[in-house]
Every structure is written in C-alpha cells, then in structure tokens.
Design a protein around this ligand. Structure first.
Ligand code: PEP
Ligand code: MG
Length: 754
C-alpha cells in the first residue's frame, strides 16, 4: 500500500487525465477503479452509488467479480458499505468479516479479502456513494491512506455530479443529483409562489481540483486564512459596544473557529494529498456538512454551521467568486437562505421577489414578519435546503402546507399553476369589490382597515380600497434598522406613511419593542417570560428619551394635519396618563417653537392586558379611542403563549369566556361614546369577525389579504338578525353548543360566504 506522499498526487493527475478522455461513463468508472487499485496497491477497489431508493449499487469494481456490477446492492445501513453511507464516516478494518455489520454477498467473490478501507463519497454534505479498497492480507491502513482515498472520493463526487450516468442506472432507480426534492418546513406566510431559486449566500463552485504545486497551494491557503481572520476580527471589533451579549457569544465562537488549528491542519493535509487549496476546503467542508446533517443537538449544529460559513468565506477568497448575492434577480425570484435578517431581505428588489425559504427561523422571527408584511410567501425550517438547491433551480413554495418543492416534476408544477390560477381568480373577484362600501344587507356600515408597519406594505391600500390603516406597527422600522433610527428618519417615515394613505385615517402605534420583538442594537437581557417581560410601554416609560423622540417625530410628521397615536400594553390608567403627559409636554415645546400642532390630535389606548378590563370606566374617559389587541389579550386571558401552537390552538379565542370579555369592552366603549377597533388577528378571520360583529363591533383592522373575504361576508350579512341570535344564544343557548358551532350555523342559514 502507498504510504508516500507522492502516490496520491500521481493518482489525482491520472484521474484528471481520465476525466478528460472521451470515454463512456462505465468505461471511465472501470478505468478509475483500476487506477485507484493499482496506485494504492489494493487487491480490490469498488465503487458503490447511493440510489434514490436508498440502495447502494455496485457500479464498478477492480478485483471483485465483474458480474456483480449493477447487480449487488446493499440497503443504507446494511453491511459495511451501508454503514459508511449512513454515517458518512470512513471505516478501516483489519478483519472485515469479523465486524458485526459485515454482510456477505457471495456473487461478488469477496471471500479471500480481509482488510477493508471504505470512505463516503460526499458532495455538499450529501452522501453519493461509497468507495472501498480491500486486500487479502490482514493489514492496518494508515491515516494517510484514508486521507488519499477521501481525496479520490472528492474527485469522484465531482465526476458523478457532472457526468451523465443515466445510461448506467438500473431501471427504477435514480442517482440524479438534480432530482426533485421536497422539503417539509413550516409556513410563515400563506400563499403559493413558483419561481427560480436565488441563494442568498451562494455556494462557490470549485472547478480546479488537482494541484500542480502543493507548496504553492499551501501558501495560497495560508494567505486566504489570514485574510479571512482579519476580516472576521474587523467585524468583531467594529460593532464592539453595540453587540448584545448573546450575539457577542456567537461571534466569539465563530472567531474561535476561524483560528482553529485543527481545521487549518485538516485543510493542509487535504492539500498534501494532491488537491488545490479550494478543493481542500471543499473536501473538509463536505465532511463538516455531512456531520451537520446528522447532528440533532441544536448547539453543535450551529457550531458546524459556523464552520460551514467559514469554509464558504474561505472559498470566496480563494476563488474570488460567489460574492454576488443575486443582484441580477430573475423576475420570479425565490430567496433561499439558511437564515437572514429583515434588513437583508429588504435589500433585494421586491418587485422581483416572490418568496423566501429559510432553513431556520420561526413564524415570529422578524424576517418572517417582514416577509408577511411585504406580501412574500415564506416558509421556514426547511432543513438542509441550502446545500441541495442551486441558483436557477425551479422551486415551488407552498406557504399553506410549509412544503417546498425543488426541481418539481412537470405534473406537480401544473397542479400548482392551477392552484395559483384559482387563487388569482379569487383575488380578481375580491378586487372587483374594491370600490363597494362594506355595508351589511340590512344597511349597517362596517369600517375595514389595514394592519401595516412598513412603507412597503402601504401600496396594498389602493388595491383593497380599505378605509385606512387601523394599526401601523412603528416598531418594524426599529427592528429592521441596523442602528437606532434618528428623529429625522422617523419623521420621514411617518410623514411618508401619512402621504401614502392619501387623506384616509392612519393610527400610529407607539413602539411595541422588547419581548420577542428584538431590536438588534439595544442591549437586552435574557428573560424567562419575554411576552410578560420588559417590553412595550413598560420599556418606553423606563426609557423616556426613546418615547419622547418618537412622540416628537410623530407630532412633526403630522405637519399640522390629523394624528392618531395608539399606546400599546396599557396595564393601568396611570401609565396611559404618563404618555399623555409626554405628548402634552412635546406639544407645548412645539408651540413655543412656533410649529403647527396636529389637528385633531387623538390618543388611544390598546386593550390587550386583562388588568385594564377592570378599569375601563377610568381609562375610557381619558382615551379618545381604543383598540383591542386580541393577540395579546387572548394569550393573557388564557395563559397560553400565542407563539406556541401547541397551547395557542387549545383555546378558541371566541369561546364564551373570551367573547364575554370582548363584549364587556365593546359595551364600555359604547357607554363612554368612544370609537373601538379590533386590530388583532381575529378581525381578519371570517367566523371570528362574525363573532365580533355579533357583539357590536363595527371597526375591524386586519392584514390586507383578509379585506376581500371579510368584505364579501359583510355584504351578505343580516347584522340585526345575527345580533339578536347571538344575544339569545349567550343568555339561554344550549351550553353544549360552542360559539363557533353556533356561528357556523348562522353562516349557513344566512348563506354567508366564508
Ligand atoms: C395584538 O396584540 O393583538 C396586536 C395587535 O399587537 P401585536 O400583535 O403587534 O402584539
Ligand atoms: Mg400586542
């Protein structure tokens, strides 16, 4: 067996020549196994390919019986070859038949061979097959031999992914790397998008594998490593004081990996075996990715992701390639990323984006909120999609089911095109309702408003014909910024939002940050229960500078016109009064400076903390209007985390106790003659909206896509009958019937479109 360093390099050069020869695929493979066997002085060299059905098929052999080629198969996990493929780890044995996993295949004639060395053939972390050498004598293969075989496997992997193996494939199986793939993720934003994949951080494609001058390659590697470390140190030092402690920890471990000697040594060893610097990075990265795919511990997985990221940086430096993050977007781009921040998402040309797919993330993640608010279909937790997808791949994102189809079959694509057509038809139908006022059959006008938060989502107002913006979540601007927005930026944003509503009302909610709405540049402490922690109004009152600046910006942005401010998370009246005092003081300051004050200026309270239900008669006289935040109110009334689907779904938000609470608020507002709006998610769902209408609510604020369906339902509704039925139901209705069941029945009787 070869132990000298020169061996593998000669082999690599021979392999390169073989790749350039005009040979048929099988012939080429046969030649390759012969070359490997000869070069490594092995009695046997065999190559097994992992088929799509999970079987490992013997594709070529030197030393085993030729008749077994394309006949012998092993399942993933079966036998030594199956074990190597399943674990993506090399295996070296002195006496193979003694290993408990050994599976005897008589047709191969492998009886006389005892020593065994097998390595996985990996590409982008995927196992493509297994490469094996065997010898008759019971010898121990050295580390350099394993290394040499791994290097050969890297070249082989590249060949498989570029060569045409179709003719060799046993009918019914498929080794096509570009085969269709389905990823089961979680829908973050509803809808269906068909388009072409654009990798946010594209993988660098290595084309030059075999080195001519190993020393020169090592030098290139060391230069690149140096460059990469400097750039990471710069990144770390630049934001020093602003990086919150948890981010610091992540960056610190990232930096540690960049300086990791073990990693650098593995890279050098790969070069020693004859690879170029970039091919060495790719080889080590393949191994990391394979380990990552098998890792279930989220902490370790993250660390492996770090290594993967670093390898990509290094590859980019070495090849000067791959820095383009999709500047030239196709017209129907679907972004694919491990994860990204909301600001990164907004940097892309929105007119060309259709959807976004992430390997990580949660529905409440900022990037998901932003994706929703700019109307992108979004799916998260699509495990490993980045390494199995390439720029330009056809891709379908189903935000309803959370499925992502990469390189879909024509049939599947046709089915989805039908679905999209159907929903386009529905949208066209709703668009036709745009100029129709939302008046019930019995003549009651209902006000329909948008929930919004970015200028990017304000255009939708023109399409839906809604009456205005019932909730503008000002914190989104803070969440997507890389540093605290200055007063000038805030005035500009609010002023532009006022201009875009074009005379219709808009309600600006004061900052609702903290909890899960993390602002990256503000130091935050880990909290046991962030939803009930230092967030929203509490944070604003503790940080009066922040509140004052925002109030000042809003007062200025109104430019003497009307202004509506909404105070979130009011827990008791005294807090609301404190905010009013800040507004008064800022108003007085403006008057002194001779600036025009908003006219009229209205300040409302959000009702979303149960405590305030017991103080409505104190709060309402102080409030110009109120708005119910059902998302928080229901989570606190039921003690069920709104972001945790396991518990959030257990409690129907319109069940009797919750509906009674809502009715209490509506009745109190009526008693005090104050306008009341629902701006939580409830308003946008037909049955829930029906429940709200039945208890006397007439102002509903929701996501733009819900306006059409809700308006259609309203147009066919006999509201008087509904209210009378609901009153009777709540006082002496059958206790075994739920509010929802009752409303479904009403909807059927009134033939409402839901
Ligand atoms: C709510 O809680 O219902 C609400 C509208 O506010 P947010 O969802 O932003 O907390
Ligand atoms: Mg809320």
């Amino acid at each position: 067996m070869v132990t000298a360093i020169g061996g593998p390099r000669i082999l690599l050069r021979q392999l390169r020549e073989t790749m350039a020869e005009p040979l048929a695929s099988q012939e080429r493979l046969d030649k390759i196994v012969d070359l490997i066997a000869e070069n490594m002085r092995a009695d046997v060299c065999s190559f097994y390919v992992l088929r799509d059905d999970g079987a490992l098929e013997l594709f070529a052999t030197h030393g085993l019986k030729r008749d077994a080629v394309h006949l012998t198969t092993l399942r993933l996990g079966e036998g030594l070859v199956g074990l190597i493929a399943a674990e993506a780890e090399p295996l070296s044995l002195q006496n193979a038949p003694e290993h408990p996993a050994f599976a005897y295949r008589p047709e191969t004639g492998e009886d006389p061979f005892f020593s065994f060395l097998g390595v996985p053939v990996l590409r982008a972390g995927q196992t493509l097959g297994v490469l094996v050498v065997q010898n008759q004598d019971r010898r121990i293969y050295g580390e350099d031999e394993t290394e040499a075989l791994l290097t050969t496997a890297t070249i082989l992997a590249e060949m498989i992914s570029t060569a045409d193996f179709d003719a060799l494939i046993t009918p019914g199986s498929d080794i096509d790397l570009r085969r269709p793939r389905v990823f089961e993720g979680v829908g973050f934003s509803e809808g269906i998008a068909l388009g072409q994949a654009v990798l946010h951080d594209p993988r660098v494609v290595v084309t030059n594998f075999v080195a001519d001058d190993t020393e020169a390659e090592k030098e290139r590697l060391n230069e690149a490593l140096k460059k990469m470390r400097v750039s990471i140190d710069d990144m770390f030092n630049s934001g020093d004081m602003q990086i919150p402690s948890d981010h610091r920890e992540i960056l610190e471990s990232y930096r540690m990996f960049a300086h990791d000697r073990g990693w650098a040594r593995r890279l050098e060893e790969a070069i020693d075996s004859g690879l170029t610097a970039e091919a060495a990075v790719e080889r080590v990265q393949n191994d990391t990715r394979a380990r990552m795919l098998r890792q279930t511990d989220p902490y370790l997985r993250d660390r492996l992701h770090d290594l993967d990221d670093l390898a990509n940086r290094l590859l980019r430096i070495l090849t000067g390639d791959g820095g383009d993050s999709g500047k030239d977007l196709p017209d129907n781009a679907i972004l694919v990323a491990r994860n990204m921040g909301p600001a990164e998402l907004l940097e892309y040309d929105r007119t060309k984006l259709r959807g976004v797919v992430l390997e990580e993330g949660a529905a409440t993640a900022h990037v998901a909120i932003v994706a929703r608010s700019v109307g992108l279909v979004a799916v998260g937790q699509a495990d490993s999609i980045v390494s199995m997808c390439e720029n330009g791949d056809d891709i379908i994102v189903d935000g309803f089911t959370g499925q992502v189809h990469v390189r879909p079959s024509p049939d599947l694509e046709a089915t989805y095109i039908d679905k999209v057509r159907l929903s386009a038809k529905r949208r066209a139908h709703y668009a036709a309702l745009r100029d129709k006022p939302a008046i019930t059959l019995d003549g009651e006008p209902i006000t329909l408003l948008h929930n919004s938060g970015l200028l990017a989502d304000m255009d939708a107002l023109k399409e839906t014909g809604a009456d205005g913006v019932g909730l503008f979540r000002t914190e989104l601007q803070f969440m997507i910024a890389s540093k605290m927005p200055r007063i000038k930026d805030q005035v500009e944003l609010y002023g532009e939002a006022i201009r875009l509503v074009d005379g219709k009302p808009i309600v600006f909610r004061l900052l609702d940050i903290g909890g899960d709405k993390v602002v990256p540049y503000m130091r935050s402490m880990a909290e046991e229960n962030p939803a009930m922690g230092w967030r929203s109004l509490r944070l604003a009152l503790d940080r009066p500078g922040l509140l004052r600046t925002q109030v000042r910006a809003l007062l200025q942005a109104a430019d003497g016109g009307p202004l509506n401010m909404l105070v979130p998370m009011v827990t008791e009246t005294v807090e609301f009064l404190k905010v009013k005092r800040v507004v008064e003081r800022e108003g007085a300051r403006m008057a002194k400076l001779g600036m025009a004050l908003p006219d009229p200026l209205k300040i409302g309270a959000m009702i979303e903390v149960p405590s305030v239900l017991f103080e409505l008669d104190e709060l309402l006289p102080e409030s110009d209007f109120v708005s119910i935040g059902s998302n928080d109110l229901i989570q606190f009334l039921t003690a069920a985390d709104r972001a945790n689907p396991r518990v959030a779904r257990s409690y129907d938000p319109i069940a009797r106790p919750r509906l009674r609470a809502l009715k209490q608020i509506v009745d109190a507002a009526a008693r005090h003659g104050k306008p009341i709006t629902m701006c939580g998610e409830l308003a946008g769902r037909p049955i829930e909206a029906l429940a709200l209408l039945s208890i006397g609510m007439t102002r509903l604020s929701m996501g733009a896509s819900s306006i059409g369906p809700i308006k259609e339902m309203i147009l066919g509704l006999d509201l008087k009958a509904l209210k009378a039925d609901m009153e009777a139901f709540l006082t002496h209705g059958d206790r075994a019937v739920t509010v929802r069941e009752f409303l479904m029945d009403v909807a059927e009787r009134q033939k409402l479109s839901l």
